[in-house]
Write a protein that binds this ligand. Structure first.
Ligand code: NAP
Length: 247
């Protein structure tokens, strides 16, 4: 049943963001979705009765236009837009990949949050940042992504401190392996290589993460879920993954 509250989900054209938009709509929120692929967003918005607005979190003008369309009182902001590019050792790091990862996962999160904070305070809102276990661990060849997600986690923890004394809640969602378009993007469209990431285990689904987010934002107003770390049973750490065990 509709609760009359607004939620914004960035990076909602696929994967975790799309599933989160669906879950929040099912929980009664009016959902505004943003990403660069407007055709996908419009299809989603039509299904969930939401509003689709093009958003490129790396472009200040796009963020400004997107945020101008958000109502004055906002209950939930899910900063989900992001991802990885490449899997290379530091010795072969490509500047453009590192810059884009920092732009989307860190600066994008900051830009959208900064622009929407007055609306979140007015709406006694909740900021949910989708970081990663890559924000807590490092692994060989992953420094560009882990550095960006460590930074995203640092920003999230800082927001929790800076917003103390306001009603705004802050939650860090840190998933392990989730089967989405993430690896296809990371490997620049190499579908076969992307598939191998999830071979021999049952990866998390985007719905599993959406479930965590919907749960966190529907707790009573005095309850702040600071962080949720969620991994497949077969994954004990970023680098320790049991494959071929039927898990
Ligand atoms: P995905 O299916 O590739 O989704 C990524 C989303 O981010 C897409 O909707 C994409 O939309 C959007 N996006 C990328 N760049 C953007 C930009 N500049 N401006 C606006 N939107 C942008 O991957 P996912 O797994 O759902 O990833 C969602 C989040 O979860 C990411 O932050 C990722 O780092 C994090 N995460 C994923 C995993 C995993 O294993 N899959 C694990 C931990 C954390 P457009 O391309 O249409 O713009």
């Amino acid at each position: 049943m509709a609760n009359g509250k607004w939620a914004v989900v960035t990076g909602a054209s696929s994967g975790i963001g799309e599933a989160t938009a669906r879950a929040l709509a099912a929980a009664g929120f009016e959902v505004m979705v943003g990403a660069r692929r407007l055709d996908r967003l419009q299809g989603l918005a039509a299904q969930i009765g939401g509003q689709a607005v093009r958003l490129d979190v790396t472009d200040a003008a796009s963020v400004e236009a997107f945020c101008a369309a958000v109502p004055a009182e906002l209950a939930v902001l899910v900063n989900n837009a992001g991802g990885a590019l490449g899997l290379d050792p530091v010795a072969q790091a490509r500047d453009e990949d590192w810059a884009r990862m920092y732009e989307t996962n860190v600066l994008g999160l900051m830009r959208v949050t900064r622009a929407l904070l007055p609306r979140l305070v007015a709406g006694q809102g909740h900021i949910v940042n989708v970081t990663s276990i890559a924000g807590r661990e490092v692994y060989p060849n992953g420094a560009g992504y882990t550095a960006a997600k460590h930074a995203a986690r640092a920003v999230t923890q800082t927001l929790r401190l800076e917003l103390n004394g306001t009603p705004v809640r802050v939650t860090d969602i840190a998933p392990g392996l989730v089967e989405t378009e993430f690896s296809r993007v990371r490997f620049f469209g190499d579908v076969e290589r992307a598939k191998k990431t999830y071979e021999g285990l049952t990866a998390l689904t985007a719905d599993d993460i959406a479930d965590c987010i919907a749960w966190a934002v529907t707790r009573p107003a005095h309850v702040n879920i600071d962080e949720i770390v969620v991994k497949p049973v077969a994954q004990a750490s970023a680098t320790m993954v049991a494959r071929g065990k039927g898990l």
